[in-house]
Design a protein around this ligand. Structure first.
Ligand code: ADP
Ligand code: ZN
Length: 822
């Protein structure tokens, strides 16, 4: 007799699949194990969610092919949490589970195109570049095409396939990571002391043999209990044979063991330890409240509002200390971008090598091993971005979400489209532990939850003390009216006279400057001065951005790159000129104006390589540059004492976006970047350039009045029933051709209206500002529901089941609590 088990699969179908478990696999399968199973013609790695499932009489089940992990990788808590994610964010359980696994552990399938017949290619209208590529390589994949910037649409593929020019296949890709093993030396009991090895040495005549014994001695002396064979052989250049000769004499045996790929900096124990400072008054109150909560070992969430530089990190450290002293563990979430060595260092300096860091800059094998070691209790504190909330830690006592307002906590592109802050609160509820949401600019969601008593509000309204002052003061904020500068003072570029004067005085005083321009590239767009033509991306309906260094045009949505044509393709005159300014152009202008100033630029272009981000920041931290100019990357978490001026080149960029959260985001961004100035003994100044100086946002910024502006935004949201007062769900329908996408969007609207009670509105279908990305047309619907309506997700789920199937041409995605993708 065989058993049927339930398996959750990483495919967007909302059910648990039943499989027959062959007798020989029974031993190795438990709830939470990974198994390899067939689905139609394909193979997937799934997670076992149930043993002994009920199946209908006479139903033919397919069989589990193999087990992937011999022990369960998910404990009941993570199974429960991912189940909740799948229900709340309307995705498959398997998709949520898959987000919790380190990349590369699942057997994946990938699409491969083979060239079938060369001569036919020409007939099917495939671009010449693609023809050349295919003839050269004979096989290719969508990922490869994307990397080299070649585009091919689904329609083109289908056409080429039907005419026999291309063959498309799906191939199995083995997991790209797994355990790694290495060879180690295990000394025979008689030779496990330095003395015994010393006595042994004269018995050997061979030079290499003596060297190996010396190496063994120094290994023992340094107190290392693991002796790696490759390391020994490398150190003395000994051959296998020499090693074997010693092995034969019974001095040691060579054994194979698992090795962990842990990055060197995470392993090293030489961390200077740090002690907590003497807390200032509101800091002491906040820290005590958290420590007391951790001790109760029950669920409670705190909203920690501390102005920039108030010392929130110290409060976290204090709560962590109590958590560890109780023998419990913690997760600390930070936005990916602030996961700098500076941040990590502060945690490691207090808690040493019990701190694990999970971030995207780890190599795949490293991430796998760190993850496995978190699962087996090697670490007590896990720091990481969004996905670290799904880390397999047991016995949680505390979850911290730093900069909880940060947009990067919401996953928008792929399912599960979860918000890590909200998942954190749910995980804390399940684990019965304390949760802290901290920020200088709390999100309205968190603020309202605190006002309604769901969270406990803690406030730190003043900055931490410095060497000379009882508290560093918040910077002075000045507003520069760009229209006035243009009309009265003849401003033509991006930098006004008051801002230039302020920079000049900082350069003279050897202080540092941070400038924010939230748009990368040289100039947002390039326009033909003769006919007004603006170059557009071929795949997306957006203007391309000019990058001067490379003299290229780039699409910031799909990455398409082309060289700048000499002449305008429309009127054929050589009259392209830049309009507006990106980070590149501003930094170039600064360089011309301040010839001796050392300028660093930090944006997505200058931080493409692995450590670039880290290098730029350490140069700036060590005083190796005077001005740091960048996109929103420069607004987050930086703590540099010599920065006394912050300038924002254009505050208006974020105020006009068609998203109900855009004003809140702009306020957060401006308040955060202003918070980088004057954090230590030197007082700070902030200059905000705008064309709309009368916008209410500015007077609140000048008064550092977070609560005042938050109240205005809150009232607005309440009036319009937007979150946190009502609920919204964005539904995106994308694909090609355009009429099919539009039809499907209309059909979805009808189905939704049918399913939902009349108190709920369905807006749209609308087309977003950017109507087409990567050859796909986009439409969206927005569902607005009262907060009290609890079966919203269930209703959407039933529409998903009823809606026409979508296939590879059309896609529907559901984004609960977010519009980010639309
Ligand atoms: P936040 O995260 O709230 O912006 P940080 O925790 O980074 O603030 O603290 C800002 C700076 O003040 C850091 O350099 C920190 O070491 C220092 N600091 C924090 N608390 C104190 C204190 N009580 N006394 C002296 N310095 C402090
Ligand atoms: Zn594009």
């Amino acid at each position: 007799m065989s058993r049927a088990i339930g398996v959750a699969l990483p495919i967007p179908v909302d059910k648990v699949y039943a499989y027959e478990l062959p007798g020989e696999l029974e031993e190795s399968v438990q709830v939470g194990s990974l198994v390899l199973v067939p689905v139609r013609t394909r193979t997937y790695t799934g997670v076992v969610t149930e043993l002994d499932v009920q199946v209908r009489e006479g139903m033919r089940l397919r069989t589990v092919r193999a087990t992937v992990s011999h022990e369960p990788l998910f404990d009941p808590e993570l199974l429960q949490l991912t189940r909740w994610i799948s229900r709340y964010y309307v995705c498959a359980w398997g998709e949520a589970l898959s987000a919790a696994l380190p990349a590369g552990m699942q057997t994946k399938e990938r699409i491969v195109y083979y060239l079938a017949s060369e001569s036919d290619l020409h007939w099917v209208g495939i671009s010449p570049e693609l023809q050349v590529h295919l003839m050269k390589h004979r096989r290719t994949t969508p990922a490869k095409l994307k990397r080299i910037g070649l585009r091919i649409s689904e329609q083109e593929i289908i056409r080429a396939e039907s005419q026999g020019a291309l063959r498309k296949t799906v191939e199995l890709q083995e997991p790209t990571v797994g355990m790694k093993t290495g060879e180690f030396i295990s000394l025979a009991p008689a030779f496990r002391s330095v003395d015994a090895l010393r006595d042994l040495k004269p018995q050997f005549r061979g030079k290499k043999q003596k060297e190996i014994i010396d190496q063994l001695i120094s290994f023992l002396e340094s107190g290392q209990n693991e002796i790696s064979l490759p390391e020994i052989r490398k150190a003395c250049g000994a051959s296998r044979q020499t090693v074997r000769s010693l092995e034969k004499r019974g001095i040691f045996s060579v054994i194979e063991k698992q090795v962990f790929r842990i990055p060197e900096w995470m392993r090293s124990e030489a961390i200077p330890s740090s002690k907590a400072p003497h807390f200032h008054s509101s800091q002491a109150v906040a820290a005590k409240a958290l420590r007391d909560a951790v001790r109760t070992e029950t669920y409670q969430t705190f909203a920690l509002h501390g102005v920039t530089g108030s010392g929130k990190t110290e409060v976290y450290l204090s709560a962590l200390e109590t958590t560890l002293s109780l023998g419990r563990t913690a997760i600390v979430l930070v936005p990916e971008i602030s996961l700098t060595p500076q941040t990590v260092h502060r945690f490691r300096a207090r808690f040493g090598d019990t701190v694990a860091v999970l971030h995207s800059r780890l190599a795949q094998g490293e991430r796998h091993d760190v993850w496995q070691q978190i699962r087996t209790d090697r670490y007590r504190v896990v720091i990481g971005p969004r996905s670290a909330i799904l880390a397999p830690v047991k016995n949680l006592g505390l979850i911290i979400v730093d900069e909880e307002h940060d947009g990067s906590y919401k996953q928008g592109e792929t399912a599960p489209r979860y918000h890590a802050r909200d998942v954190a609160v749910m995980r804390a509820t399940m684990a019965k532990c304390t949760c802290v949401l901290g920020s200088a600019t709390l999100s309205l969601e968190t603020l309202v939850n605190a006002q309604q008593g769901k969270y406990t509000l803690l406030s730190m309204p003043e900055r931490a003390p410095t060497k000379d002052r009882p508290a560093a003061s918040l910077p002075v904020i000045r507003i520069i009216d760009l229209c006035h500068e243009r009309e009265e003072n003849g401003l033509s570029g991006p930098l006004s006279t008051p801002l230039l004067d302020a920079i000049e005085s900082r350069l003279q005083r050897k202080e540092q400057v941070i400038l924010l321009q939230n748009r990368r590239g040289y100039a947002p767009i390039l326009e033909c001065q003769t006919c007004g033509f603006v170059p557009q991306c071929i795949a997306c309906s957006v203007s391309m951005t000019y990058h001067q260094g490379e003299n290229q045009l780039r699409c910031h949505y799909c990455g398409y790159v082309r060289n700048l044509p000499d002449d305008c393709p429309k009127c054929e005159t050589p009259a392209f000129a830049p309009l507006g300014s990106g980070t590149q152009r501003v930094s170039e202008e600064l360089g011309e104006l301040f010839r001796t100033a050392r300028i660093l630029r930090m944006d997505r272009d200058s931080t493409r390589t692995k450590d670039a981000h880290h290098e730029i920041l350490s140069v700036f931290a060590e005083g190796g540059a005077d001005i740091l100019i960048g996109t929103q990357m420069v607004a987050k978490g930086l703590d540099f004492g010599r920065v006394t001026l912050v300038g924002v080149i254009n505050c208006d960029l974020g105020l006009r976006l068609p998203d109900f959260r855009s004003e809140e985001r702009t306020f957060q961004l401006l308040m955060q970047v202003a918070g980088r100035a004057g954090r230590a003994d030197l007082p700070g100044e902030v200059l905000l350039q705008t064309r709309r100086p009368s916008h209410p946002i500015f007077s609140f910024l000048q008064a550092h009045d977070f609560h005042g502006y938050a109240q205005i935004l809150t009232q607005h949201r309440q009036k319009l029933n937007y979150p946190p007062f009502g609920r919204i769900v964005g539904i995106q329908i994308r694909g090609a051709p355009q009429p099919a996408v539009e039809d499907l969007a209309n059909e979805w609207k009808i189905l939704l209206l049918d399913q939902l009670p009349s108190t709920i509105s369905v807006l749209g279908p609308e087309r977003p500002y950017i109507k087409r990305v990567e050859h796909q047309y986009r439409y969206f619907l927005i569902i607005k529901a009262p907060k009290t309506y609890h079966s919203l997700q269930e209703d959407i789920r039933s529409v998903l089941r009823m809606a026409p199937s979508t296939g590879r041409e059309l896609h529907v995605s559901v984004n609960v609590d977010g519009l980010e993708q639309v």
